[in-house]
Design a protein. Structure first.
Length: 181
């Protein structure tokens, strides 16, 4: 299945490509972005970190049909990458995202997640969506709450900033459909 470009009122979600690695390398290695991400993210971020991530992890997963990843771009500036959003076949971590801090608190990630959720439940026909996040990641927690997700577990996670209290949130396809009316 070819990954489509997705659109929101203000964003263009374009399928990740190898040539996006340079822009990711310029934006991603910021403490504000990485501090609550999985400890699998190397820190300090290596000079070839984005290239390795795209080439060796995400693109093979996309080819295998277990990972779906889009770059986030403003429709008004489609050549400028401002973040990344993905869906993956990973228990309790099926959606992930990050956004350049200069674009925080403007509702962009909420817009992107509407399309990601639609793709997950409608196109991929998955029965539930689960995400695990550090409790300290307030913005991400509020987004899950606004989406109608339910907290289903409290746990700890190894993050870039150390071992942190975390929560697993879930939304079922039935709940998502009910929200759609």
């Amino acid at each position: 299945m070819s990954l489509p470009t997705l659109y929101t009122p203000r964003l263009l979600l374009r399928p990740l490509q190898l040539e996006d690695a340079g822009a990711i390398q310029r934006i991603f290695p910021q403490w504000e972005i990485v501090r609550y991400l999985s400890a699998r993210v190397p820190w300090p971020y290596p000079a070839d970190g984005a290239l390795s991530f795209v080439r060796d992890l995400v693109l093979p997963g996309m080819a295998a049909g277990t990972h779906w990843c889009w770059t986030l771009r403003l429709q008004a500036r489609p050549d400028e990458l401002i973040g990344l959003a993905s869906l993956q076949e990973e228990p309790d971590n099926q959606r992930g995202f990050w956004l350049d801090p200069g674009y925080w608190r403007q509702g962009f990630m909420s817009e992107a997640c509407v399309e990601l959720n639609r793709y997950w439940f409608q196109t991929l026909a998955r029965p539930s969506l689960r995400v695990t996040k550090a409790i300290a990641n307030e913005g991400s927690r509020r987004l899950s709450q606004r989406e109608g997700m339910q907290r289903i577990a409290c746990l700890e996670m190894d993050s870039v900033s150390g071992r942190l209290p975390a929560e697993c949130w879930a939304l079922t396809r039935a709940q998502w459909l009910a929200q759609k009316g």
